[in-house]
Design a protein around this ligand. Structure first.
Ligand code: 8YV
Length: 309
C-alpha cells in the first residue's frame, strides 16, 4: 500500500514517473471538500522554486514531512512546520556541479558576449563587419557573495581561469580566497560579482543600489541563487544607465514573469532558472527527494533534513 502524499508543483514526466512508482500522489485540487484525503496525507513533495502555502500545511492534520527537490527552502513555511514538528528536507550537494557550471557559463557569456555573437553570426552580419571585442576572464577579480557548498564549487572552477577570488559571508572560513567582511568593499574590488547565497528574508535585497554603485560601470553581476537577493528595480536602473557593465541572471523576483524592462536591455544574459536543470542532476535530486521520504517513513529519520540556520 503506497503512502499518500500531496504534490505541490509539477515535475517533468520522467521525474513524475519516479514519484508515482513509490507514492500515492495527490494534487491540491483533490483536497477540495475531501476531509478524508486531508487526513490521509502524511507528506508533501515539492520543488524549491514553488511556494508551499502555510495555510496548506496547517490544513493537513497528519502531515509529517515536507520533502523538496532543490537546495533552497526559502519558499517552505518552516516556522509553521517547526511548531508542529514537521520535518523539512532538501537536496543539497547533488546539484552543486550543475549550478557551478551554469555560473561559469553566464560569466563567459557576459565577458565574451556569446549570445550577442551568436545572433550576429546567425543574422549574417559578419559579412558586413567584424564583431566587436569582448574581455578576458583571466586576470579578473571575482567576488563571491555566499561561499557555501555551491559558492565553493564556483570558486574551484573559476580558479582554473587564473582569476583573483574574494568572498563575502557571515564569517571568515580561513580559506585560500580573501575574505571581505564588507559587501560594498567586495563589489568595489570585483570585476565580476557572483551571488551564491541562500534566499529568504535574511538576505532580501542584499545586492542593493549601493552595492551596484560600488560594482561600477566596468563590473558585471551574476545571480543564479535567488531573485530576492537583488533589488531588481535598482539593478534595472543600473543596467539601463550603464552604471554596471552587465548582468547574467538565472533567477528573478517574479518568476516565471521576467520584468519586461530586462527584455529591452542589450547588456544582459537571461536564463529561465535552469541552474540545476540537467538530466543527471534533476534525476539525482528526485532520487534524494524520494529517499528522504522513504527513509523518514521507514525509520523516522530523513537523509538530508534541513537544520535550523
Ligand atoms: C529549482 C533551485 O528549485 O535547488 C534549488 O533551490 O532553485 C532549483 O533546483 C528547481 O525547481 C528544483 O526542482
Amino acid at each position: 500500500m503506497k503512502i499518500d502524499i500531496l504534490q505541490v508543483g509539477a515535475f517533468p514526466p520522467p521525474l513524475q514517473a519516479m514519484v508515482d512508482a513509490e507514492f500515492e500522489c495527490h494534487s491540491e485540487a483533490a483536497l477540495a471538500g475531501n476531509d478524508g484525503l486531508r487526513h490521509a496525507i502524511r507528506g508533501i513533495i515539492t520543488r524549491s522554486a514553488v511556494k508551499v502555502p502555510a495555510t496548506l500545511v496547517e490544513s493537513l492534520p497528519n502531515l509529517q514531512i515536507i520533502s523538496t527537490s532543490g537546495v533552497g527552502y526559502d519558499l517552505i513555511p518552516r516556522d509553521v512546520a517547526a511548531k508542529r514538528g514537521i520535518v523539512v528536507t532538501n537536496t543539497p550537494d547533488v546539484l552543486n556541479t550543475a549550478v557551478a557550471e551554469l555560473c561559469v557559463g553566464l560569466v563567459l557569456s557576459l565577458l565574451r558576449r556569446i549570445p550577442e555573437a551568436h545572433r550576429y553570426a546567425m543574422e549574417g552580419k559578419w559579412a558586413k563587419a567584424q564583431f566587436s571585442m569582448g574581455s578576458n576572464l583571466s586576470g579578473k577579480e571575482v567576488g563571491i557573495v555566499g561561499l557555501g557548498r555551491i559558492g565553493k564549487e564556483i570558486a574551484r572552477r573559476l580558479n582554473a581561469f587564473d582569476v583573483k577570488l574574494s568572498y563575502f559571508g557571515r564569517n571568515d572560513q580561513k580559506l585560500a580566497y580573501r575574505f571581505e567582511p564588507d559587501i560594498k568593499a567586495l563589489a568595489r574590488s570585483a570585476d565580476i560579482l557572483i551571488v551564491a547565497a541562500p534566499g529568504g528574508d535574511e538576505t532580501s535585497k542584499l545586492i542593493d543600489g549601493a552595492v551596484l554603485e560600488a560594482l561600477g560601470p566596468q563590473g558585471y553581476l551574476v545571480n543564479m541563487a535567488r531573485g530576492t537577493l537583488v533589488d531588481e528595480a535598482a539593478l534595472l536602473d543600473a543596467l539601463a544607465n550603464r552604471r554596471i557593465a552587465g548582468a547574467g541572471l538565472d533567477v528573478f523576483e517574479n518568476e516565471p514573469n521576467i520584468d519586461a524592462r530586462f527584455l529591452a536591455l542589450e547588456n544582459v544574459v537571461l536564463t529561465p532558472h535552469i541552474a540545476s536543470a540537467t538530466n543527471e542532476t534533476r534525476r539525482a535530486m528526485m532520487r534524494l527527494t524520494l529517499d528522504n521520504l522513504q527513509a523518514f517513513f521507514g525509520s523516522g529519520k530523513a537523509v538530508t533534513e534541513v537544520v535550523a540556520d
